[in-house]
Design a protein around this ligand. Structure first.
Ligand SMILES: Cc1ncc(COP(=O)(O)O)c(C=O)c1O
Length: 444
C-alpha cells in the first residue's frame, strides 16, 4: 500500500453510511469522537478506508503500533501461540512464554528492577503500580502531574490530569491524589530558587506542597510519564530528574514511572528513563509492548516496591499466551533491527521541520521533537502563549483531507509516527503540514 491517496471527501459515501449507523447504536460519547472514515485495512504506516482512501498514519494506534501495522514478524509467533494455547489465565498456571518474557524485560529495563507483575494493558499496569506503591510504603497519597494521562477510569484516571473534563464525575470520589504542574519547559509557572533543589518544579513540591499541604511521610509515590505523551510530547529538563530523585530518596517516596507510551523506543531510548539516566522504583508498561498486534502490560519494581506476596493483582486475560509471544518477538526485533537509530533519524527530521515552522509562523508557539513524540503547539500570541485549539483542530482536519493523520489533542497537534517510518516520508509529511498551516491562517 502506498499513499497518501485521497479519492473522496471525508467521509466517503461508504464510510459515511457506516458512521451514520454507528451513531445510531454506539454510546454517543464514543461515536462523536470517531474520525471521518472507516478503516478497511492497515499496512505499515498506511491506512486504507472503506472508500479506497489511503492515509499516512502519524498516530500509530495512539502509539501502540511501534513497528508498522500488522507487523508480520510479530504476527507469526502470536498466531502460532493462539493455535497452540488459546487462553490460559496466567494467575493459575504458568505457560511457557512467561519466564522468558519476565527475564527479558528485566534484562532491558533499568538496574534495580528485579520483579515483574503481569497486566492486560496500560491502564491495568498503572493501577497495579499504584497499588504496589501504597502497599510497599503503607502510605496513602500519590502525587501526579497536571497534563499527565494514565488511562480513563478509576485509579489511572485519578492520577492523570490531562484536562479537567476527563475526571468529571469521579475526581471528588478519589481521595489520595494531588497534582503538580508537569515540568514543561515551555509552560512551567515555576523558576528554580537560589539555594533550592536546582529545579523549579521540585522546589515547588518541596517548599510548598510538602511543607504546607501534604505530610511527606504520607506520600507513597510520585507517578510521572517520563515524556508527557497525550499531554503534548514534553520532556522535563534533565535537572528535574536529579532533583526529583534526591527528593524521593530524602522522604522515602517511590518514583513510579508510566512508560506505557514512552516505553519501547518512542523516546529514542528503549525506555525514556534510560535517556535521562533515571532509576525508578516502579515502572508500568503497555501499548507497544505487544508489537501493535495484541494487548499486554506489565509492572516492574524493585524488591522494596514489589518484594512481598500479599497484594492480589491482575485479571484473567493478563499475559494471554499469544500476547506474550508477540511481546517476545517485539523485544527480539528491538535487539536485532536498528529501530532506535531510525527513531533518532525521525527525531532529527522533526527538529529541523519544527524549527522551520517556528521561524515561519508566529502561531507556532512551540515545536517539540523527542524521538517519535513530535508536537506543534499553536498559540494566538507568542507572548501570552494562549492556546489556539480551534486553529489546531482545523489544521488536523485539513491534514486528514490531504491524507495525513495526526492526533489533535487538547494541548497540541501530536505526530507519533511508527518507529520504522522512513525519515523521508516524515519529511514529506511536514511539507504538507507547512502548506496547511499557511492555509489555516498561519502568518508568515
Ligand atoms: C502514558 C499512558 N499511560 C497509560 C495509558 C493507558 O493505556 P491503555 O489505554 O492502553 O490501557 C495511556 C493510554 O493512552 C498512556 O498514554
Amino acid at each position: 500500500m502506498n499513499g497518501p491517496d485521497i479519492r473522496t471527501e471525508l467521509p466517503g459515501p461508504t464510510g459515511a453510511a457506516i458512521l451514520d449507523e454507528l451513531n445510531r447504536v454506539l454510546y454517543p460519547g464514543l461515536a462523536k469522537d470517531l474520525g471521518p472514515f472507516v478503516i478497511r485495512r492497515k499496512d505499515g504506516s498506511w491506512i486504507e478506508d472503506v472508500d479506497g482512501n489511503v492515509f499516512l498514519d502519524l498516530i500509530s494506534g495512539m502509539a501502540s503500533v511501534p513497528l508498522g501495522a500488522a507487523n508480520k514478524r510479530v504476527m507469526g509467533p502470536a498466531v502460532e501461540a493462539l493455535r497452540m494455547t488459546g487462553l490460559e489465565d496466567a494467575h493459575f498456571y504458568a505457560h511457557e512464554y512467561m519466564l522468558p518474557l519476565a527475564e527479558q524485560l528485566l534484562a532491558v529495563t533499568p538496574e534495580g528492577l528485579t520483579r515483574v507483575d503481569i497486566a492486560l494493558n496500560g491502564t491495568e499496569a498503572v493501577e497495579t503500580m499504584i497499588r504496589f506503591a501504597r502497599r510497599a510504603t503503607g502510605r496513602p497519597i500519590v502525587i501526579g502531574f497536571m497534563g499527565g494521562y494514565h488511562g480513563e477510569a478509576g485509579t489511572a484516571g485519578a492520577v492523570g490530569a490531562e484536562t479537567s473534563d476527563l475526571s468529571a464525575g469521579y475526581r471528588a470520589l478519589m481521595p489520595g491524589f494531588v497534582h503538580v504542574p508537569y515540568p514543561n519547559p515551555y509552560r512551567t509557572p515555576f523558576e528554580a530558587r537560589a539555594g533550592g533543589t536546582g529545579d523549579g518544579t521540585v522546589d515547588f513540591i518541596r517548599d510548598h506542597l510538602l511543607f504546607h499541604a501534604v505530610e511527606p511521610a504520607e506520600v507513597a509515590a510520585i507517578v510521572i510519564e517520563p515524556v508527557l505523551g497525550s499531554g503534548g510530547c514534553v520532556a522535563p529538563p534533565p535537572v528535574f530528574w536529579t532533583a526529583l530523585a534526591e527528593l524521593c530518596e530524602e522522604f522515602g517516596i517511590l518514583l513510579a514511572v508510566d512508560e506505557v507510551k514512552s516505553g519501547y523506543g518512542r523516546s529514542g531510548a528503549m525506555f525514556a528513563v534510560q535517556r535521562w539516566g533515571v532509576r525508578p522504583d516502579l515502572m508500568a508498561l503497555g501499548k507497544a509492548m505487544g508489537g501493535g498486534v495484541l494487548p499486554i502490560g506489565a509492572v516492574l519494581g524493585t524488591e522494596r516496591a514489589m518484594g512481598f506476596d500479599d497484594l492480589s493483582t491482575g485479571s484473567t486475560w493478563s499475559w494471554f499466551p499469544a500476547s506474550c509471544a508477540a511481546a517476545l518477538e517485539t523485544l527480539a526485533i528491538f535487539r536485532e533491527e536498528p529501530v532506535l537509530d531510525n527513531v533518532l533519524a525521525l527525531e532529527a527530521v522533526g527538529a529541523v521541520a519544527l524549527g522551520r515552522l517556528q521561524e515561519r509562523f508566529l502561531e507556532v508557539g512551540d515545536g517539540r521533537s523527542i524521538g517519535c513524540f513530535q508536537a506543534i503547539e499553536l498559540v494566538t500570541d507568542r507572548v501570552t502563549k494562549e492556546r489556539d485549539p480551534d486553529r489546531q483542530h482545523a489544521l488536523a482536519e485539513r491534514l486528514a483531507a490531504r491524507g495525513i493523520l495526526a492526533d489533535s489533542s487538547t494541548t497540541s497537534l501530536n505526530l507519533q509516527p511508527s518507529l520504522v517510518l522512513p525519515p523521508e516520508t516524515l519529511a514529506s509529511a511536514y511539507e504538507v503540514v507547512e502548506e496547511e498551516l499557511a492555509a489555516v491562517g498561519g502568518q508568515p
